[in-house]
Design a protein around this ligand. Structure first.
Ligand code: SF4
Ligand code: SF4
Length: 236
């Protein structure tokens, strides 16, 4: 089953001319926020919870060109015409690709897929906590499945492409062994903390980041500076 899913994922990535990563972890091992657990119980209500459930974590990478369109220093404002929008548009494209791949895999393997992101919700949400009850944290499953480690930026850092990827999760009612791995982690790097004024304030960084995404002025509500910086830091 694992190999079949991996093969199918590779094929789908290829059809979108994208590279990606995939991993597996038992749902029962995931450390979920209680509100998210409730959401998941509701969403996976057709599954028999007394039997094993596996979370399939998938990630699709941004290209180098897309990441290099993001400024490599702190910039407060973007514009609608700015080349930074190459990244902004790629973010929307990756979400669509992930949603298609996830629903395709779910259909083929009797699973249930989660959307890559809750489309259009950044505009409506005022507090990050509002997200908790309407989606699952793809990062939790990506970390458990060994796609990468949790970086100082709070993002999943893959050995292949740093944090330059977007994630989605599919749940299947079968047992597949965990692909979780140990990574060395960020070490003494703190490039993302040095560039983003919000990341230093660990407690409120998510809320401050959300407000910045709303105000940065790009075509989609994104920023990505910590993602570009991380990719460069890993290459050194
Ligand atoms: S995406 Fe958020 S955390 Fe990353 S640099 Fe921009 S504001 Fe900071
Ligand atoms: S920039 Fe450095 S410290 Fe920040 S997440 Fe990437 S590797 Fe970790």
């Amino acid at each position: 089953m694992k190999e079949k899913i991996e093969r199918e994922f590779k094929k789908l990535c290829k059809s979108y001319k994208r590279k990606g990563v995939i991993g597996f972890s038992p749902l029962k091992e995931a450390e979920l926020h209680p509100i998210q657990k409730k959401y998941l119980l509701r969403n996976l209500s057709t599954f028999d919870w007394s039997k094993p459930i596996t979370a399939i974590s998938i990630g699709v990478f941004y290209t180098r060109e897309e990441i290099n369109s993001v400024p490599d220093k702190w910039v407060t404002k973007g514009t609608n015409e700015n080349s930074w929008n190459i990244y902004s548009q790629a973010c929307g494209e990756l979400n669509r690709i992930l949603n298609n791949i996830a629903s395709n895999l779910a259909e083929k393997f009797a699973g249930i897929s989660e959307q890559a992101t809750v489309e259009g919700y950044t505009r409506k949400v005022k507090q990050v906590e509002e997200y908790y009850g309407i989606c699952v944290s793809h990062r939790v499953f990506a970390e458990a499945a060994g796609l990468g480690w949790r970086g100082k930026s709070g993002l999943i850092i893959t050995p292949e492409n740093g944090s330059a990827l977007r994630l989605s999760t599919i749940f299947i009612p079968y047992e597949i062994e965990s692909t979780g791995k140990e990574f060395q982690g960020c070490g003494d790097c703190q490039a993302c903390l040095d560039i983003c004024p919000f990341l230093k304030n660990e407690k409120n960084y998510r809320q401050n980041c959300l407000l910045r995404l709303k105000n940065v002025g790009l075509q989609n509500e994104v920023c990505g500076i910590c993602i570009r910086i991380c990719r460069e830091a890993l290459k050194k």
